[in-house]
Ligand binder design. Structure first.
Ligand SMILES: CC(C)(COP(=O)(O)OP(=O)(O)OC[C@H]1O[C@@H](n2cnc3c(N)ncnc32)[C@H](O)[C@@H]1OP(=O)(O)O)[C@@H](O)C(=O)NCCC(=O)NCCS
Length: 178
């Protein structure tokens, strides 16, 4: 089978049909109890601005990655980042490099938007070959089980998209992880 084309679409252009299709794919791919949110909506905490898709011959979504427009604060300066989320491929289409190919397309787009870093929270085994590496100096907002806010230093993965390395100072990402 030929490789399906990669489509970019702003989230604002997602219609009711595609919304349902995306939620189906998200529910199929993300099965932890907390992922039940995808039954009702096509995002986890907050809607992403951008989406990339592959579809099958019947135009059903089979691969998907969302991108949030975010920034980090480092030494009092703001730097835009692409927040990669909801990376998923239909079980029948896994192992074909689709996730990797979409990530590569997103790199090109982010650079065209002058965004120099992609950031995600995920399994290093999936993303290392796409050029992501783990960092320990990224902090973001979080809420504990009693609803109390705190700063969390999750194991984020980053990918510098230019020859500029990731920051050595602490990087604060306002908001929850994506
Ligand atoms: C993870 C997922 C997106 C991979 O999609 P895919 O199109 O099969 O991935 P690719 O073929 O592009 O593979 C990219 C890399 O991830 C690795 N990989 C794929 N699935 C993996 C898994 N379940 N565990 C560990 N590594 C995995 C591949 O071996 C490849 O690494 P390599 O280049 O070093 O060989 C897909 O299995 C999926 O939707 N899983 C359920 C949702 C999920 O877990 N999403 C990721 C959240 S962090």
């Amino acid at each position: 089978m030929s490789i399906p084309p990669i489509e970019y679409l702003p989230d604002a252009t997602v219609d009711a049909l595609l919304d349902e299709d995306l939620r189906k794919l998200l529910c199929l791919c993300f099965t932890k109890p907390c992922d039940a949110v995808f039954k009702e909506r096509r995002y986890f905490h907050e809607p992403p601005s951008h989406r990339w898709l592959m579809r099958d011959e019947a135009a059903m979504a089979i691969a998907h990655i969302a991108v949030h427009e975010k920034y980090v604060v480092v030494d009092n300066a703001k730097y835009p980042i692409g927040g990669i989320a909801e990376v998923c491929v239909h079980p029948d289409h896994r192992g074909n490099g689709y996730a990797k190919q979409i990530l590569a397309a997103i790199d090109v787009w982010l650079l065209s938007q002058r965004v120099e870093y992609a950031v995600l929270f995920g399994n290093p085994k999936i993303y290392a070959s796409s050029g992501y590496h783990q960092v320990t100096n990224l902090f973001h907002d979080a809420v504990d089980s009693e609803g109390k806010p705190y700063f969390e230093s999750s194991k984020a993965m980053v990918k510098p998209l230019t020859n500029q390395n990731w920051f050595t100072s602490e990087a604060y990402l306002p908001g929850l992880a994506f």
